[in-house]
Design a protein around this ligand. Structure first.
Ligand code: HEM
Length: 428
């Protein structure tokens, strides 16, 4: 294959909804309220926040709080099934609709008493299933809903690219700064990562040229990228500044559980599903995880980090998480994966010591990002789980079984594995 016959991989990034300024984040401020036709959804979502609906398995939940939840759920159940026909060709409305309906779904399911059957009313289930089919993502809360399409500007700005510190979260379960900072930490990483995307694009272009000048330029790009990934690590560690681990674990995280993390292993029933032949039951429902961040997946693909599944007949967690990404971002990852000239092979065949070093330093930076991430996961999940009077996660797992992540993973083993896979990418 000659350079002239090969189309650079990143050339059509826009086609995949990867914006040159905001990367995987919405290219402009996302729609913050649906048009009046769907105001009933927005209004009932506001009502959940105003009534301060609490998780049904909150250890010290009061009679009053249970009554408020029940009142809210009754109102949600009484809503009419609104048609989505008029938004079908308007992606920004579809995305906001998915977000609003998914928050409603999680409010509904997780405010139920812990042993009540999970039966999602038609008013929520039918439009959510329909919107999800068009968007080609599962009908529950995803990373895109909580982060990519869930922000406004803190202060008005003329700049096309929002400054990382100028983001504010739009929709939340608790309204707590801890929840907001949990989302914004990821949002800042997405925005800061845009430079890494640009460096990847430039690197791929140079690989297609492949001469001595290209090797020198790639070495420079990789060196810059190491600095960017180090900054992503700092942004991750900064979550500790305003997100308290116990508040996160006890008050925010319970809202995120998917069907596969349900404490009572209840099946989620989507009412009305059988009355519309175009709908089929969801296959798998994992809660939102930053494991759905395309940014980290792109870095893995670019560097050649290969994640493996614990069993050969099951997809790896990372490939499973791609099902939860916006469809075009998933296609972008497939496109990059099909790269006929991967960077790692190019570096190995170049036999250039400086390029080797620069490549390995990027891999080490990503490994160090994962080291920091493990410390964060320990601080925000393992620590509070041990401290919690009622250890919900260990209850789920049963005595002697490992602690589970939001995506249903054996948390510690899984995070150690992804880190090992990163280390294995270093060129000896
Ligand atoms: C307080 C902050 C965070 C906590 C408590 C946390 C926790 C976790 C947990 C428990 C998992 C296991 C998978 C699951 O079941 O969901 C996970 C995976 C993952 N998280 Fe986080 N996370 C945090 C922030 C972030 C951020 C900001 C990012 C980057 C945008 C990130 C990226 C990932 C990735 C890529 C995975 C897949 C495993 C890997 O690549 O190593 N996380 N996280």
């Amino acid at each position: 294959m000659t350079p002239s016959t090969v189309k650079p991989l990143f050339q059509d990034a826009n086609v995949f909804d990867v914006d040159p300024s905001t990367g995987f984040m919405s290219p402009g401020v996302p729609l913050s309220r649906l048009p009046v036709q769907w105001e009933a959804w927005e209004a009932i979502l506001d009502a959940a926040s105003t009534a301060k609906i609490q998780p049904g398995d909150k250890p010290d939940i009061t009679e009053q709080e249970m009554a408020a939840s029940k009142g809210w759920r009754d109102s949600a159940r009484k809503l009419p099934v609104l048609s989505i026909t008029d938004m079908e060709s308007t992606p920004v409305e579809l995305r906001r609709a998915h977000l609003v309906l998914a928050y409603l779904l999680h409010f509904y399911v997780h405010s139920l008493p812990p042993t009540a059957p999970v039966s999602i009313p038609r008013s929520i289930s039918l439009p959510l299933l329909r919107v999800s089919i068009i968007l080609d993502i599962p009908p529950l809360l995803t990373f895109a809903d909580t982060v990519l399409y869930n922000w406004v500007l803190r202060k008005p700005s003329d700049s096309e690219v929002p400054a990382v510190q100028n983001l504010q979260t739009k929709t939340m379960f608790t309204g707590l700064i801890d929840e907001e900072e949990f989302y914004l930490c990821s949002g800042r990483i997405e925005l800061r990562g845009v430079e890494a995307l640009e460096l990847m694009r430039a690197t791929m272009d140079e690989i297609f040229i492949g001469d001595g000048t290209a090797v020198r330029r790639i070495t420079e790009y990789l060196t810059t990228m190491t600095g960017v990934i180090n900054e992503l690590k700092v942004l991750l560690q900064d979550v500790r500044k305003q997100c308290d681990p116990d508040i996160y674990y006890n008050e925010v995280r319970p809202w995120f559980r998917g069907e596969d993390s349900d404490l009572e292993r209840r099946k989620w029933v989507f009412e009305g599903l059988g009355e519309d032949p175009s709908l089929s039951p969801p296959v798998e429902l994992s809660g939102p995880s930053a494991g759905q961040s395309s940014m980290i997946h792109v870095l893995d693909i670019f560097l050649g980090v290969k994640h493996q599944s614990p069993s050969p007949d099951k997809p790896s967690f990372m490939s499973r998480m791609q099902r939860y990404m916006p469809r075009n971002h998933r296609l972008f990852l497939d496109h990059l994966n099909a790269n006929p000239r991967p960077l790692r092979a190019f570096v190995m065949s170049s036999e250039n010591a400086e390029l080797h070093d620069a490549f390995n330093r990027v891999v080490i930076a990503l490994k160090e990002f994962r080291d920091a991430h493990m410390i964060i996961a320990t601080l925000y999940i393992l620590g509070p789980a041990r401290r919690a009077a009622k250890q919900v996660w260990t209850n789920l797992a049963g005595p002697g079984e490992p602690l589970k992540g939001t995506g249903g993973t054996d948390l510690v083993k899984f995070l150690k594995d992804t880190r090992s896979r990163t280390t294995e990418t270093i060129i000896p």
